[in-house]
Design a binder for this molecule. Structure first.
Ligand code: 16G
Ligand code: ZN
Length: 527
């Protein structure tokens, strides 16, 4: 390893700054990230040499404020960076300038990386003002190790994941361009819509809150490819408002109210993207002004019901499961298990955990309540569906198989994708002739409340059972159990955040007052 790394001194690490590769990469104020970006350029090259594949680097801080930024690496099939490499990322980011060559050499040795192997890095960024410069710093890191890169510029996070997967599968997943993404999804959407019974017609009207971010930009580009049955009205497009400020999926989910800047009329359906368009939630208001949120749990239920019905119609015996997190509303879990008879599993918060679990099934539907999710189809499932299309079979079975095929193509299986999820949901609602209210009525959410609690050291809390119970500090779980017993149909848990220096508290109960009171009492127990 060369003693001096090219450009390294142009990306100095601020003294005494320490950062960590968290649940979704590095995230902090943008001003602290220049050296991290350069070093992630270096790491992406090593990961690319190791995997002999194209590796992605996405510059974004998702739903966090505009002043923040972040970076995450995308692995060959479009998944999150392998967890074993997260520690290399943290070590590299925190190395002092003079230690950097040695830390790099250490990774090369530990991973037995062949340095003469070619490397390719694909870079994308969101619309934050800091993102362009930060992505140039990533490029400096790639060039410092004399490697090739492609700068895809402004893209949504899931678009970059899609491109990485396409590039590493010789185009079998799709054409590795933004136009290729639009064409694949639009063709699938249009094919699904064409399957609607003759009695269904008219136009779907949807208000979309773009969180003043990249999703709005990309949805506009995509619209021309879609059948005119979908009439999208975009709000918070980013011309004047600030990214994620009083708008976007996270704001709507946490605040349980509509975003600013949207003129919400009773019964009209709306959805909100987050800042990098990998999350989506739906909402509407009633005539009396009551606000209704349809979150990731409602989305998972809608999609898994649709797929299950198609599997039955097609006569396919495929194992489908839904993966949720501790935040999933108890009503959704009960509905899926008891009414739908679909097995439900709980994973730790963070896409990588849900994704991993969902890979165990023929069809794994995973959604976090916050609206991040997708559906994974195993190779065997895809093959069985294709095979059915090639066989002599009844028209009904063939039609169901064709719809399953289009659904697979419409879903971005690499990661949760607001645009793709939105099109899946819209197609399902259209095909079933469902309004947003009817969808909402499938089950009723239990009232719930989330709080953040600031403590001296959040690491004193350790959890088990997919974060639903604490094992440390001693006595805390017993206290929570006692509190939960006081309320009807209640559940509560606490977990240290993976992205902020806080502890999160969640409670649900039979009434909003009880959920609020329980969350409050549990918060006090955390101190
Ligand atoms: C990150 C995760 C998201 C998770 C959230 C939890 C990814 C791509 N994103 O944003 O899935 O819900 O962290 O944050 O994995 P918390 O640990 O601060 O509650
Ligand atoms: Zn996001």
């Amino acid at each position: 390893m060369a003693a001096d790394l090219k450009f390294s001194s142009q990306h100095p690490k601020p003294a005494s700054l320490s950062v960590q590769y968290g649940t979704a990469g590095f995230r902090t104020v943008a001003a602290h990230l220049d050296h991290v970006m350069y070093r992630m350029g270096l790491l992406a090259v090593l990961r690319s040499k190791k995997t002999k594949s194209v590796i992605g680097v996405m510059v974004t801080a998702s739903h966090n404020p505009e002043e923040d930024n972040g970076v995450k690496l995308v692995d060959p099939m479009g998944e999150m960076l392998a967890q074993a490499w997260e520690v290399y990322a943290t070590n590299l980011a925190n190395a002092e300038e003079q230690e950097l060559p040695a830390v790099l050499a250490d990774i090369i040795r530990q991973e037995a990386i062949e340095m003469d192997q070619e490397a390719h890095v694909a870079i994308g960024r969101d619309t934050r003002p800091s993102s362009e410069n930060l992505s140039c710093s990533v490029i400096d890191g790639v060039i410092a190790l004399e490697s090739k890169y492609h700068d895809y510029g402004l893209v949504t996070t899931p678009q970059l994941h899609f491109i990485i997967c396409c590039r590493n599968t010789d185009g079998r997943y799709g054409e590795p361009t933004i136009q290729g993404y639009y064409r694949k999804l639009a063709t699938a959407f249009n094919n699904l819509i064409d399957q609607a019974p003759g009695s269904i017609g008219g136009c779907i009207c949807l208000n979309v809150d773009g969180a003043n971010g990249i999703g709005a930009l990309k949805l506009k580009e995509m619209e021309q490819h879609l059948k005119p049955v979908l009439s999208v009205k975009l709000y918070n497009e980013g011309f004047s408002g600030k990214l994620n400020c009083q708008c976007g999926a996270d704001y709507v989910k946490v605040q349980q109210k509509p975003p600013q800047g949207i003129d919400l009329k009773p019964a009209e359906r709306c959805c909100s993207f987050d800042g990098d368009a990998d999350r989506i939630v739906y909402f509407y208001k009633e005539n009396d002004g009551t606000f209704h949120l349809l979150d990731g749990d409602k989305i998972a239920t809608l999609i898994s019901t649709f797929i299950k019905e198609l599997l039955v119609k097609a006569g396919l015996d495929l194992k489908m499961a839904v993966v949720q997190t501790a935040y999933a509303n108890g009503s959704s879990t009960r509905y899926l298990e008891d009414i739908m008879k679909v097995p439900v599993y709980c994973a730790k918060t963070g896409v990588k955990h849900l994704h991993h679990k969902a890979q165990e099934f023929d069809i794994g539907v995973y959604f976090e309540a916050n609206g991040h999710g997708t559906v994974l189809f195993s190779k065997a499932a895809e093959e069985q569906i294709k095979q059915l299309l090639g066989e002599e079979t009844s028209d009904d079975k063939r039609k169901a198989a064709r719809m399953l095929e289009s659904t697979i193509d419409l879903i971005n299986q690499t990661v949760g994708d607001a645009i793709s999820d939105m099109l899946v949901i819209e197609a399902i609602l259209y095909l079933k002739g469902l309004t947003v209210q009817k969808w909402d009525e499938i089950y009723t959410d239990l009232p719930n409340r989330q709080f953040k609690v600031t403590v001296a050291d959040r690491r004193v809390i350790e959890t088990t059972d997919a974060e639903r119970r604490t094992v440390k500090p001693p006595g805390l779980q017993e206290k929570i159990d006692e509190l939960v017993k006081k309320y009807n149909m209640s559940r509560a848990f606490v977990r240290p955040s993976g992205t902020e220096d806080v502890v999160r508290v969640y409670a649900e109960s039979d009434t909003q007052e009880n959920a609020d009171a329980l969350a409050h009492e549990v918060s006090l127990a955390v101190f």
